[in-house]
Ligand binder design. Structure first.
Ligand SMILES: CC(C)(COP(=O)(O)OP(=O)(O)OC[C@H]1O[C@@H](n2cnc3c(N)ncnc32)[C@H](O)[C@@H]1OP(=O)(O)O)[C@@H](O)C(=O)NCCC(=O)NCCS
Length: 182
């Protein structure tokens, strides 16, 4: 999928939210490794990145060509400082209406409104792809993300007390959230 929108951040500066393309592969790869090392609230650690830069490029090309999935990036100045993705739960008729969402922003740029802009863009893309439900999982202690999702309209529908096992802190409970896109 393709997407492009300029938003104004809380500091008055512009940020471009657009779909990442194959030529962004190195920046997206570096952003992934950086953000996944800055927080313990994401699914994986930087050393678990299963892509190299070429595989990242192929992944981004597939996303751009897809009707149902997208990898978004937030460009601030000339730098990719955050990414977000929409992925289908499955192609079978019974689950075709469901998509999963994920987002991360580089820590130096938190609090400016970039996370919110990426979530809003993700919702817009999910609607465009005709999903009826957007889903995510968030670590219970991740109040910044939980508040962001709640304020946008995601509702809590379940809790997995042993959802993640952190290398640093042990069990992390996952709050399951969903939003209907009617
Ligand atoms: C979660 C994350 C994407 C938010 O990005 P961000 O750019 O800082 O988000 P924004 O500036 O748009 O907004 C943050 C919102 O979080 C909430 N928030 C901010 N600081 C908070 C705090 N200390 N406590 C609770 N909520 C807080 C507010 O609702 C705020 O929205 P508002 O100020 O517009 O009302 C970012 O912190 C991040 O990448 N974290 C690490 C990865 C991660 O946790 N991803 C989500 C996995 S489910």
């Amino acid at each position: 999928m393709k997407y492009k929108k300029t938003v104004f951040l809380k500091n008055g500066k512009k940020c471009l939210i657009r779909n990442a393309t194959g030529s962004d592969s190195e920046s997206v790869y570096n952003n992934f490794n950086l953000t996944h090392g800055q927080t313990d609230f994401l699914l994986s650690y930087p050393d678990e990145n299963s892509f190299d830069i070429e595989q990242e490029r192929e992944f981004l090309v597939r996303k751009e060509d897809s009707d149902r999935e997208i990898e978004l990036c937030a460009v601030f100045g000339d730098r990719i400082v955050g990414t977000a993705g929409i992925e289908e739960v499955g192609k079978k008729y019974k689950v075709r209406h469901r998509a999963e969402f994920g987002v991360s922003v580089e820590e130096d740029y938190w609090g400016l409104g970039i996370g919110r802009a990426l979530v809003m863009a993700g919702i817009e893309c999910a609607r465009q792809a005709e999903y009826l439900q957007l889903e995510l999982e968030v670590v219970r202690e991740n109040l910044r993300a939980f508040e962001l999702y709640r304020s946008i309209g995601f509702c809590e529908y379940g809790y997995n007390p042993k959802g993640f096992c952190s290398r640093n802190t042990g069990w992390q409970g996952l709050v399951l959230m969903r939003m209907e896109l009617l």
